[in-house]
Design a protein around this ligand. Sequence first.
Ligand SMILES: Nc1ncnc2c1ncn2[C@@H]1O[C@H](COP(=O)(O)OP(=O)(O)OP(=O)(O)O)[C@@H](O)[C@H]1O
Length: 307
Amino acid sequence: MDQDEKVPLAVGEDAKKMLGRTPGNVVALRPLRDGVIADFDTAELMLKHFIRRVHEGRTLVQPRIVIGIPSGVTGVERRAVMEAASQAGARDVYLIDEPVAAAIGAGLPVAEPTGNMIIDIGGGTTEVAVLSLQGTVLSESVRVAGDELSESITQYMKKVHNLVIGERTAEEIKIQIGSAYPTHEDDDFSMEVRGLHLLSGLPRTVSIKGPEIRESMSEPLSVIVDAVKRTLERTPPELAADIIDRGIMLAGGGALLKGLDTLISHETGIVTHVAADPLSCVVLGTGRVLENFKQLERVFSGRSRHI
Ligand SMILES: Nc1ncnc2c1ncn2[C@@H]1O[C@H](COP(=O)(O)OP(=O)(O)OP(=O)(O)O)[C@@H](O)[C@H]1O
């Protein structure tokens, strides 16, 4: 966003590349934090941009919009999302809980009377849900997910290697050599990391190994595992039996962390699968709901109609 004129210079992935790299008159903002709106005006601008992009520049369209939101958000946060979408030009706004959308996107049979467990690990929130008959039977949402894993790496680099690194570098380390469970190849994972040395204040390169990065993420990982265990403990027995048969499904970008499925399998004793395209599950599921609006009408957790 250009600070002086308050116009967006880039949105989405293009803007993400600018995080931590902007000059004084440009500011990179994250309108959504922990799955909810952190900056209302920028969120509205972002939605307007997406609506325009989908409609290839036509400005007078008033689409029906389905928005995925974390299941644990408050009523005020829900209303803020609906309000931002209406202000951005939506005709009707429907909210769907992200775990439900993720499960549909991952191909789980959510309409059937069987228990399905989905764990959606995004940037800010991890959501664990048991679904049956198009609805959420029970769910738990913790505000620990991919971003917190990266943050643990940042803290570790500072504390152990005296190296200050940015958000994007921490994420790169996580993606390239991070893992949740030890594997044979683990020791081979290493990476050269550039940052600012805390003591000299000068740029420095440090070599790091896979196991130390796994160790640095152990705290947030155990928060995620504990949420899964708590949800399983609360699951009614018939549905728990279905989950044992069918396994647990992992979705969201955090599901791509190496060895996370093995860690959850190991901790719960239940086979855990990673969805085919975990980063796109929520959006694919949301799209499928729009395409099958009548059949899947019960999946919505909120709606507002304006015309
Ligand atoms: N290959 C990978 N390995 C580990 N983590 C990854 C990988 N790819 C993406 N991620 C992480 O996934 C997270 C983003 O996931 P996703 O896009 O599903 O979240 P989101 O929908 O933006 O967040 P939220 O659901 O909290 O609103 C980021 O923390 C990112 O670092």
